[in-house]
Design a protein around this ligand. Structure first.
Ligand code: CTP
Length: 406
């Protein structure tokens, strides 16, 4: 592809220790065919030097408005960008951006950009939680920027808490989705809070065994990732998954159906929408053996007695903790897919049911998916075979429509 045909991305880097992780984000962007211009702040260059950014991007690197003045880079770089991503964004950069300062090339670029802008903050927990930073973040979000919530974990030094830069691969996914969806209309979940459940519950029999299912959690993670890219605040209740945390989502790990119910109902209290993509076990063993169940020579095994688990989706649909809340369910069916889906939609009382056909080698763990969305208004929307992100976006399209109508 000619350089002029490639999507133009500006990678702004500000001066934090996480600047080294932006090298990985840069690599992902260039390897997937983007033309990337790196604009570090002066202090970012104290962490990672100019030759690294120039070599990895294949483009010149400028930080000050006084360099290459004949090309007017302080205006042109922002004007020509299809996406600006600032990673890491320090408290200082967020403050300068929120106040419209233009004291270096990065802030000039932010003022001239008319494309989607993503900030991936990284800082110490206290700085993130300070009211000044919180207000700057709220200002940037109100103006349409996507500010990705920092991840929780080990920070520089010995402390842990909220403030880590999310996984660069996951920041890349947010950028990719934003570029695919285009400008302001792409951020139609801004100001909304959504809850997504993902994965499959495990119901323990004894300390080493459980009844489980084959759900990988990929569809739920795609829903969380796409919701972040559309500007939502996201809680992801994840049951037994082994996927990287989607950038910006608040991830709550759970094990059993009962734990999942508790986490989802709590988060749902002030949610605009809840999407139940998790495969929740309908039954659990009636008894939990404190010690490992042993085989006994010459004796048949004891049958496993089961009891019903709570139906979280039906409970959410009946309770509607918040007026106008949209509740979405998933149905995995092997036969009579549409008829069973319609019956399930009515039984569960949700607004939308995503019905997909499953089998040994279909859907579970796969990268792609195909489904029909059944609406409580009688609508039927087929989604052709494609990436789970595409199905996720179609679900959010419907949710946005229902939220705006309600
Ligand atoms: N679900 C739930 N709580 C359960 C079981 C399922 O919230 N105890 C939710 C799932 O997250 C999914 C939807 O209900 O969104 C459909 O789940 P499914 O297992 O297909 O439906 P069932 O009610 O179990 O129906 P059946 O066993 O008859 O297929």
């Amino acid at each position: 592809m000619d350089r002029s045909d490639r999507p133009r991305v500006v990678l702004g880097v500000s001066g934090g220790i996480a600047a080294y992780k932006a090298c990985e984000l840069l690599r992902r962007l260039t390897e997937s065919g983007h033309d990337v211009r790196v604009v570090p702040t002066g202090s970012a260059l104290r962490f990672v030097g100019e030759p690294t950014w120039a070599a990895l991007s294949g483009n010149p690197v400028t930080t000050r408005v006084w360099e290459d003045v004949h090309e007017v880079p302080h205006v042109r770089i922002g004007q020509e960008a299809d996406l600006v991503v600032v990673a890491p964004a320090t408290a200082d950069t967020l403050a300068r951006a929120a106040h419209g300062l233009a004291d270096d090339l990065l802030t000039n670029t932010l003022l001239t950009a008319r494309c989607p802008v993503v900030f991936a903050p990284a800082m110490h927990t206290e700085m993130w939680e300070h009211p000044a930073t919180a207000e700057n973040v709220a200002t940037l979000r109100r103006r349409g920027a996507v500010v990705i919530e920092p991840a929780v974990g080990r920070l520089t030094g010995k402390d842990t808490g909220k403030g880590r830069l999310p996984d660069p691969g996951e920041i890349f996914e947010v950028c990719r989705r934003l570029l695919a969806r285009g400008s302001a209309s792409g951020r139609d979940l801004a100001g909304r809070y959504v809850v997504v459940s993902a994965g499959g519950t495990r119901e323990p029999l004894d300390p080493v065994r459980f009844l489980g299912n084959r759900s990988s959690g990929r569809q739920g993670y795609a829903l969380a990732r796409t919701a972040v890219a559309r500007g939502a605040r996201v809680t992801l209740v994840a049951a037994n998954t082994s996927l990287a945390d989607p950038a910006g989502a608040d991830v709550v790990p759970v094990g059993t159906a009962v734990q999942l119910r508790e986490a989802v109902l709590k988060a749902a209290e002030d949610a605009d929408a809840v999407v139940m993509a998790a495969a929740v076990a309908d039954f659990r063993p009636a008894l939990y053996a404190q010690g490992k169940i042993k085989k006994r020579e010459g004796r048949e095994p004891e049958p496993v007695a089961l009891v019903r688990n709570p139906d979280v989706l039906a409970e959410l649909s009946a309770a509607r903790t918040r007026p106008g809340q949209v509740v979405v369910g998933f149905a995995a069916e092997t036969d009579d897919v549409l008829a069973n889906g319609r019956a399930k939609l009515a039984r569960k009382g949700c607004d939308l049911l995503v019905v997909n056909e499953v089998g040994e080698d279909r859907t579970f763990g796969a990268e792609e998916n195909e489904a029909v969305l059944l609406g409580s208004d009688g609508s039927e929307t087929p989604v052709p075979h494609g990436p789970k992100e595409d199905l996720a976006d179609t679900v959010w399209d419907k949710v946005v429509h229902m939220l705006n109508a309600g």
